[in-house]
Design a protein around this ligand. Sequence first.
Ligand code: ADP
Ligand code: SF4
Ligand code: MG
Length: 255
Amino acid sequence: MKKIAIYGKGGIGKSTTVSNLSAALSLEGYRVMQIGCDPKADSTRNLTGGKSIPTVLDVLRGTKGPVRLDDLVHRGFNNVFCVEAGGPTPGIGCAGRGIIAAFEKLEELEAYETFEPDIVIYDVLGDVVCGGFAMPMREGYADEVAIVSSGEMMALYAAHNIAQAIKNFAGRSYATLSGIIMNRRNIENEEALVEQAAREIGTEVIGQVPRCGLVQEAEAMGKTVVECFPESDMGRIYRSLAVQLVGAKVSAVAS
Ligand code: ADP
Ligand code: SF4
Ligand code: MG
């Protein structure tokens, strides 16, 4: 099982990218689990036809009796296992603690043993890299972190902070940084800006995703580009990024 956490600034395109990667990997034949770790709880929406699934925290808050795995893990496109950790009641409680509680519940109910995913992708908000939001990169939850960023200043600022958090845990066999996925906003000099940030951080740009209207067209139907427009250039870009991100290493693990 390979576990990848995708971090980045809010609104930068993490969930769009992650759900396309999950869809692409499922079509490659992998069993994929996507875990949304953003209080927005919309990570998996393009895998579930635009429907919101109940979050782990909502289910825990609302259930008197024992919670079942099927209440927390929902099947999306091509049987991708979809989970939303959820968030605290607005204005009360700590989102990071919520993520930890959700992870602990999934472990307690043996989600990984039951569904046996080959790949788990955590979709994590990276504006604040406090202890709670750093959780997916700690304690063996994720093996690798990739950062989604455009060339915009605040996205690169978040990328630096995320990389710093990873460095702070280095040497304790926590997650390593595999690189930056550039999700274009088409600002001037964008490629050079992201390349420069990658050099400063000590990593590389591992993939480039263009800005493309098919994302919105697919999103309006509650779908990924990979599902809706599989033969488009954009569909191919997501599929090759997915294979690049996990392909070699996962088959190496499997063999
Ligand atoms: P995050 O999960 O980082 O908060 P989202 O994935 O929800 O961000 O993306 C925010 C919006 O940006 C989405 O509604 C989507 O329409 C748009 N978007 C993301 N990536 C692209 C892209 N490559 N091309 C066009 N629109 C995009
Ligand atoms: Fe919790 Fe982090 Fe939010 Fe503080 S910043 S309340 S630790 S999630
Ligand atoms: Mg999101």
